[in-house]
Design a protein around this ligand. Structure first.
Ligand code: AMP
Length: 582
């Protein structure tokens, strides 16, 4: 049950978490039963012949595993305005637009009040554990949060990103009061239509309330890093605004200007202080605690595709702890971080058994069936939440209260242990294979390892990789891997050539190396792009309706992702071909 705000009690939330995780098997059955009872009249379930059955065995026998593609005909009907009980008994009236940055295509997934309730349950749980370790004392949060556009589809369904749907839920404000310090920024900034202007104002609000800021956060770590990179560029303008008490003219949205004018008063002393602090920093190391002397931690999702940004985040955060938040998706929340002191690289998430029904496809089984570990396999046999094995990798299958039944999310997790009887999982990667030309197979994780290895060479030159992605170029025979890099400054030809060779060697799977040796795969190509290219990619996704704080750089850009590939190729300044196998 959802805690009422006025009754929010940290110890009770923790006790409740202990109770449900101790009895995870039974709670899972109950959760499934409730979902199936509530939606027994949904056309989808009726057509499958479930006929009101609510036990896991019948559920698995009658309801097939599906991917988003399988559900698209149903989802499209809802989007077109079909208000009958298509996927759920109560018609779906809102959709979340998932960032789609992993596969390059945005997806609509059903959103309803029940999903909002599960969101609060996960927020409450992780907050209780976090606050026990790092209590907040009436401070404020500097949150780099941005609401995406919310629009109505032709059929009248409200659509926006999942975070936007959460922010805009009627109960959100009251519910958050109990568990979240107020944001420094007024709502007009959070809901502002222009993300650049909102970011500038977030930074300004943070500085105005610098003494009160106790937490710096965003949904994903990428947005925090990107905010402070922007700070490096605009800090002098921010100081001028504070000194004069007048907002920079580049902020043009009237509602944002009005809201900011209420906060901004001429404060030459503060402007001077910030100016001196910035001048005193060496290469911006420790910027966050320097600007915000009472900040306790930095908070956001920091695992998976966010790991490449941790180095830079640590640089800005100095000695401050980095806390990874929870694990979920537009399709629903999955697990929470109850060990906030563990560094993100080692973090695990405990599955909450009461927020959905979860199944796990053993990855080994997928690999055996398909022979190549690829995404789709004929007849995978998932196991239940309490039947997973420590050390094994699984693909997650979700059944949620918003009309997704046995839905393959496409994420791979590794079971690291159990909290009582509920698994603690580590996020491993998206399950779809990334780079594959011949008999090679390299995942998002392999790419990350290769980029990290090569970026050590750059680090020797005091340079860093700001962002990266990959592509397979089959325009000439044989095909080859292309890695796009945006870096923080000028590197010599020699260093970049070395980086290119290093990446080619760093893909160590036997399929790749043997294909390279016999030239079934041609030399890896490093394409260097102009500064700001990845920002353009983010802007492209924001333009399509994604929220900036939900953005994840796509780590593979295929030919079908025409616009992003075009942005990348238009901005190439130099390219290098590996000589590592010559
Ligand atoms: P979206 O619904 O588009 O915002 O993206 C959801 C996806 O983000 C998930 O399916 C994961 O791949 C990724 N994700 C969410 N939470 C985490 C986390 N804590 N660690 C790593 N990846 C995550």
């Amino acid at each position: 049950m959802l805690e009422k705000v006025e009754e929010f009690n940290m110890e009770r939330v923790i006790e409740e978490f202990e109770r449900v995780t101790k009895d995870a098997g039974r709670i899972q059955k109950e959760t499934l039963k409730k979902i199936l009872e509530d939606n027994a009249s949904a056309e989808y379930l009726l057509n499958l012949g479930l006929n009101g059955r609510t036990d896991p065995e019948s559920f698995k026998a009658f309801v097939p595993l599906v991917t988003h593609k399988d559900l698209e005909p149903y989802i499209n009907r809802i989007l077109d305005g079909d208000t009958s009980s298509v996927l759920t008994a109560k018609p779906i009236t809102a959709m979340s637009l998932s960032s789609g940055t992993t596969q390059g295509k945005q997806k609509f997934v059903p959103w309803n009040e029940e999903l909002f309730d599960t969101t609060l349950q996960i927020y409450h749980t992780s907050f209780a554990f976090r606050n026990r370790e790092f209590p907040m004392n009436n401070g404020k949060a500097l949150g780099f949060v941005y609401s995406s556009k919310q629009f109505k589809t032709e059929g009248g369904v409200l659509a926006g990103t999942a975070t936007t749907n959460v922010f805009r839920s009627p109960g959100f404000r009251t519910a958050m009061k109990a568990i979240h310090s107020p944001f420094c920024s007024p709502e007009e900034v959070i809901f502002g239509p222009d993300f650049h202007q909102s970011l500038y104002c977030h930074l300004l609000c943070g500085l105005i309330f610098r003494e009160e800021v106790q937490m710096v956060s965003s949904t994903f770590a990428h947005s925090i890093v990107s905010a402070f990179r922007t700070f490096e560029q605009v800090w002098e303008e921010l100081c001028v605004d504070i000194k004069e008490g007048v907002l920079n003219s580049k902020v043009t949205v009237p509602s944002v200007r009005t809201a900011m004018s209420k906060l901004l008063k001429p404060d030459p002393e503060l402007a001077n202080l910030i100016h001196n602090k910035c001048m005193g920093l060496s290469n911006w190391y420790g910027l966050i605690p320097e600007l915000f002397p009472n900040v306790k931690y930095v908070f956001g999702i920091m695992t998976g595709s966010m790991e490449p940004y941790l180095k830079k985040l640590r640089h800005y955060a100095g000695e401050l702890p980095l806390l990874t938040s929870d694990y979920g998706s537009s399709e629903g929340w999955i697990a929470t971080n109850v060990k906030p002191r563990v560094p993100p690289e080692l973090a695990t998430y405990t599955v909450l058994p009461q927020i959905g029904y979860f199944e796990f496809i053993p990855l080994r089984e997928l690999a055996e069936t398909n022979g190549d570990g690829s995404f789709l396999c004929m007849d995978p046999k998932p196991v239940g939440l309490t039947d997973v094995k420590v050390g094994e990798e699984y693909e997650i299958v979700i059944t949620n209260p918003a009309g997704l039944y046995r839905y393959r999310l496409g994420d791979v997790v590794k079971v690291m242990g159990f909290h009582n009887s509920s698994p603690e999982v580590k996020f491993v990667r998206r399950s779809n294979l990334l780079l594959n030309i011949n008999i090679d197979k390299n995942t998002e994780e392999d790419l990350q390892i290769a980029v990290e290895a090569a970026s050590q060479l750059l680090a020797e030159e005091k340079l860093e990789v700001i962002d990266y992605t990959s592509h397979i170029d089959l325009s000439k025979e044989p095909g080859h891997y292309v890695i796009f890099w945006e870096i923080s400054g000028e590197a010599s030809e020699e260093v970049l050539g070395g980086c290119c060779n290093c990446m080619d060697k760093a893909f160590v799977d036997a399929g790749y190396t043997s294909s390279r040796k016999v030239n079934c795969i041609a030399a890896l190509e490093l394409r260097l792009v102009r500064r700001g290219t990845f920002q353009k990619i983010l802007e492209h996704y924001v333009e399509l309706g994604s929220a900036a704080n939900q953005f994840k750089t796509p780590r593979y850009v295929g030919l079908t992702n025409t616009r992003v590939l075009q942005i990348l190729n238009e901005n190439v300044v130099k390219n290098y071909l590996s000589t590592a196998f010559n």
